[in-house]
Write a protein that binds this ligand. Sequence first.
Ligand SMILES: Nc1ncnc2c1ncn2[C@@H]1O[C@H](COP(=O)(O)OP(=O)(O)OP(=O)(O)O)[C@@H](O)[C@H]1O
Length: 805
Amino acid sequence: MAKKTKKRNTKTKPKLKSPNFKLSSQQKLIFGSLLIILGVLLFVSFLSHLFEGKEDQSLLANFPVRSNEYKNWAKQGGAWLSELFIDKGFGIASFIFSGLFFLSGIYVTLNLKKAKLRKHWIWGTLIVIWLSIFFGFFSHKYGMLGGTIGYEMNTFFQDYIGKIGTALLLLFGLITYAAIRFKANGETFTNLFKRAKKEFKDEFNSTKDNITEADDVPIDNSLTEEAEAIKSSFEIPLENLEPTIKNHSKLNPTKKDTELEVSITEPELKTQEIKPDVAIEVEEIKEEKSERDNLADKLVEDFGLFDPTLELGKYQFPPLDLLKQYNTEGITIDKDELEENKNRIVETLSNYKIGIQSIKATIGPTVTLYEIVPDAGVRISKIKNLEDDIALSLAALGIRIIAPIPGKGTIGIEVPNKKSTIVSMHSVIAAQKFQKSEMQLPIALGKTISNETFVVDLAKMPHLLMAGATGQGKSVGLNAVLTSLLYKKHPAEVKFVLVDPKKVELTLFNKIERHYLAKLPDSEEAIITDNTKVINTLNSLCIEMDNRYESLKNAFCRNIAEYNAKFKARKLNPNDGHQFLPYIVLVVDEFADLIMTAGKEVETPIARLAQLARAIGIHLIIATQRPSVNVITGIIKANFPARIAFRVTSKIDSRTILDGSGADQLIGRGDMLYTQGNDMIRLQCAFVDTPEVERITEFIGSQKAYPDAHLLPEYVGEESGTSLDVDIADRDKLFKDAAQIIVTAQQGSASLLQRKLKLGYNRAGRIIDQLEAAGIVGSFEGSKARQVLVPDLSALEQLLENEQQ
Ligand SMILES: Nc1ncnc2c1ncn2[C@@H]1O[C@H](COP(=O)(O)OP(=O)(O)OP(=O)(O)O)[C@@H](O)[C@H]1O
């Protein structure tokens, strides 16, 4: 068993440990400075290689002879590195590598964002390659500036696409770079062109301006040197202006001068036009985050959101074709039957002097609902009182009268169809309502009277009580619930605890033990058929519940959904005992049997779970044949608002389950009433046959599984008493470590030791016994953790020292 538990521990560890690859801040400093030094060394070597490389080249043939006198500033090593990077590599573009190493050093030392550094490396390498090819293009002129790689790549390209092709390819590379790196587009280039044009124009105009201004000033016959230069650069305008300059006259409105003025005002107009287009840049105000969030963000950035399904990443959900489709599916309208029923209803009601205004039929899979609007003045209470008489007059089994239909003000009479249609599991699972549901634990129960697929969330129920006489469809109902969850939830997200005293109903699910089932650490079979083991399992679930509440409290979460979302966002540290929590669904088939044999011992933990477990993702589904008050007690009923009633034999039984009649009027074979506290809905339960369940479990069971079933916390029953006379010499090697853990956590539980020391259940249990014998923890207290009798570590040290003397 110890082996099994160990397996489970190793199962979860690799995932949890992945973020621990991080370096400590000291290691970062050492590694970062090494990178910086390497960057500087490369730069120095490369630089000196540019000047002295040729002389070193001949010596490198005898590398590594120590006596050789290298000219490189970093001697042999530098010469060798330069030869490798520059001559045999990428040419002078290799300088970028020295920069990248330097930058990496800074990033590592200062613990900056790694994603950015990765970007620098990717772009840096691409630039190196481009430059290498670019310089290689001119290798005939500038020798090996592009290195061997640049040269070889150039000859390769030129052989295939020629010189022009290679040049265009380089240009294409440049444009692509600008487009991706600087988000450039066609507009950027036209803007660039426009700006250049404008600058040129401005310069041109200002030159003209200077010249005109100069016209205001009396000028000597000899032109200044500047004017001379302007004159030579703007030949044509100056020639036109020449006479004016020569005559020392004021600016005359000659043709050319007007042109000049216009050209001066033009840019001003343009700027006015442009002004409204100038976009205002609003600096984004970033919300300050707490240190913990920043760390979580970083982890998410580096590793992505935590994915609980990763361990069984290749798991495939069962395909729909494993479920059977029936020919008799789909509603057929039998007009004669409808007419006949309508006439009988009208006749019967008229016997009791109840007039009808209108009647409307909704045909469901097993029953048809006739909705009647009575004449004005007819009291609903009258119809309600006549319920039984009307049912008798209609002389059919399974008639139910709903007076009034809630929220409608009409009276409903449900009459069974002569030919009922099967609601296949296939049809409800395939329904969009189920497939697209965003519920936490969606269950496709069946179809309503209006033939709509009925999907409910078990997490919202939060527990389900199912009752019905034998052979009315309970087991099929349970299978429908389990099948729905199997089709929607990954093995990492939900676990079942199955209790089956009948020993035959749920055995098929044994095949998915290592995928979906949860069990006690010491039990062989995951499906519990022995009533005494049920008590241990229920108490173990109570411990799991307490542990989960503790985890939720430490994580400041109100429910499992919030907790898991936080865990996925890596805001909870696995080293603090946090882990992804799967939903746990406890299914008890034949609860009456359990209560009869175990009584209070079962009722208490069930009631505790029912009262408290909703927030932490433990949900109970309890089925019973005998819905009597001593089985479904007040405390159980109070905590199970969601109930399903299949056909029962008496009105009293119906009252016990539903707090009202109705279940006794059902027709059986999956015909059921569902209530979640208020309205009662009549449903036809989806039918899933044993071979279908077998195919599904076979399909899941044949896939890669976890090493073991999900292990629940150990629960030491009273019968496994402790032997307190443990010799000090016989103590476990880990006794002291265990004592320290227990005292630090102030929680005397074996499961804590199992987790922290990676022990098997048996060994952890033995150590707890030894701790009890040593007076460190108190005696066994049922589902609660043992009391820790030593307040702190120094007291523990003292206690152990005293023992030695
Ligand atoms: N939803 C359904 N649609 C059609 N037929 C059904 C449906 N549910 C049950 N039946 C029929 O009723 C039979 C008995 O159903 P089931 O075994 O579920 O009853 P049960 O209430 O579990 O009985 P028991 O308590 O004795 O185990 C099935 O073999 C099947 O033929």
